[in-house]
Design a protein around this ligand. Structure first.
Ligand SMILES: Cc1cc2nc3c(=O)[nH]c(=O)nc-3n(C[C@H](O)[C@H](O)[C@H](O)COP(=O)(O)OP(=O)(O)OC[C@H]3O[C@@H](n4cnc5c(N)ncnc54)[C@H](O)[C@@H]3O)c2cc1C
Length: 455
């Protein structure tokens, strides 16, 4: 096979590795495999790819995302993937962790972490947090001090709520710090979400380096962030890209995986397949004998949790000092000023994103009801900044992520499946962290490493 341009490595040969799905997980796996000289066939059901992190053309002429995505400095696998395709510079990271939370009436709680080694930076940030009394700050510090100790470590059966109560966390620190963090990273209610999953995030974000806890926002729509350049990279490395083609079935024989059949009827013979699709899509394509395996029986029990995003075109800014902020005690969790983040100039008008995580209670509401909810929350939280909503677009992702309810982690499968040659990737496989972009990229890299014999 001829090599591509852009200084691509030459000649991928030998039997193909079939990667199914072109979201973060599939593209991260495909790029790793192609980079190692493997012949890759990438099959993606949609024409554009991107999966649950994708952009679409809006009637305004802008590209909007299916949802605002936030990253952290501890997204090492994601950053490695973006670096490989030359896009790591397209995410704006804070210099040090900072967060503004708005209370009813408009006053702010401000977390500003100084340039100290971790976790001292967080301790100092919490101690100097403006807008919160000393009792609340002290209770949060206690968690930080004891996090490494076995006594406070939750197992997967303990909910975040029970864990935070066990550690004496006050309502004040929960509203300003813990609960927004849990909704954001676990996409679920603290009353049901697993505390072990929360601790996995705390360890990666706050116990490593100071940079790990910084928040990062893509400066461009998601498809431009990673899909376009990953596709260009793969093309240049001679990959066979099948967008707009769907896998109907994966076949196995007594040696393991044997072929992949497309909906169009084509059969691709292969002994190595990476599935990088959500659980329901995986269960759809596996043979009945494999579905009977206990590992797949557990996968079938995974449930999902929705996210709703409101895209709002406003006549003027609601806030203009920070790119994003959270609301304390509101069903609307985060507001992102995309005009500021993308550096768009539109005569003072503002494109605002509003995210509702774990949005089970809202998925049946009409777009008008949700925009009305935004209007009334905006008036309650920003009484000094009256705005008009000029137009809006509501995106409901009913199966945004798997649910991280306490006691469900064991249902997530390992990357090495029970079938020889078949590898599971996707944000929902057993990566040790919640279903996020980072989990997706980590799983893709793990699947590639398993195939390349170094994982
Ligand atoms: C609204 C929203 C907001 C989010 N916010 C954040 C955030 O702030 N930070 C964060 O880290 N994460 C966030 N996430 C989670 C993040 O989007 C996911 O973790 C990530 O996109 C999952 O990637 P994936 O590759 O595992 O799966 P997917 O993105 O679901 O990709 C699977 C791909 O497989 C394809 N496919 C399915 N079946 C077949 C088939 N039979 N044949 C061929 N192709 C098939 C699909 O079309 C799809 O493109 C958010 C998710 C949503 C929905």
């Amino acid at each position: 096979m001829a090599a591509g341009n852009d200084g691509a490595k030459t000649v991928a040969s030998g039997p193909p590795v079939v990667v199914i799905g072109a979201g973060f997980a599939g593209l991260a796996a495909a790029v790793r495999l192609a980079d190692a000289g493997r012949r890759v066939v990438l099959i993606e059901a949609t024409r554009q790819g991107g999966g649950r992190s994708r952009s679409f053309d809006h009637e305004s002429g802008m590209q909007l995302d299916n949802g605002q995505h936030l990253m952290m400095g501890c997204y090492h696998e994601t950053l490695a993937f973006l670096r490989a395709i030359g896009r790591d510079g397209a995410v704006s990271f804070q210099r040090n962790l900072q967060l503004d939370m708005v209370k009813l009436g408009g006053s702010r709680i401000k977390l500003r972490c100084p340039a100290l080694p971790a976790p001292l930076h967080l301790a100092a940030g919490l101690l100097t947090m403006r807008g919160l009394g000393p009792l609340h700050k002290a209770s949060a510090l206690r968690v930080g001090m004891f996090l490494r100790g076995e006594v406070v470590r939750p197992d997967d059966n303990e909910t975040c709520d029970a864990w935070l109560r066990r550690l004496g966390q006050t309502d004040g620190i929960r509203g300003a710090f813990w609960d927004p963090l849990i909704w954001a990273v676990l996409n679920d209610d603290p009353l049901v979400a697993s505390a072990a999953m929360l601790v996995a995030v705390l360890e990666r974000a706050f116990m490593g380096t100071r940079d790990a806890s910084r928040l990062g926002v893509p400066r461009v729509p998601l498809s431009r962030l990673y899909v376009d350049d990953a596709v260009a990279y793969l093309r240049a490395h001679g990959a066979d890209l099948r967008f707009g083609q769907s896998v109907r079935a994966i076949a196995c024989d007594d040696r393991g995986v044997s072929s992949v059949q497309l909906r169009g009827g084509e059969i691709i013979d292969t002994r190595e397949v990476v599935t990088a699709v959500p659980p329901a899509a995986l269960l759809d394509v596996l043979p009945p004998a494999v579905l009977r395996h206990p590992v797949l029986q557990d996968v079938a029990k995974l449930t999902t949790s929705p996210i709703i995003n409101l895209w709002l075109f406003l006549d003027r800014p609601l806030f203009d000092d920070v790119p994003f902020l959270g609301l304390v005690g509101s069903p609307l969790h985060w507001l992102f000023d995309r005009t500021k983040i993308e550096g768009i100039e539109d005569g003072g008008k503002v494109l605002l994103n509003c995210t509702i995580s774990g949005a089970r209670g809202f998925v049946d509401d009409s777009p008008q009801t949700l925009v009305e909810l935004f209007r009334s929350e905006a008036a309650r939280y920003f009484p000094k900044s009256p705005i008009r909503v000029l137009s809006s677009k509501v995106v409901k992702e009913k199966r945004a992520t798997i649910s991280h309810a306490a006691g469900t982690y064991h249902r997530r499968p390992e990357v090495r499946s029970p079938v020889a040659g078949l590898f599971f990737a996707g944000d929902w496989v057993r990566t040790g962290i919640p279903a996020t972009i980072e989990s997706a990229c980590q799983s893709g890299h793990m699947a590639a490493a398993a195939i390349l014999g170094n994982g």
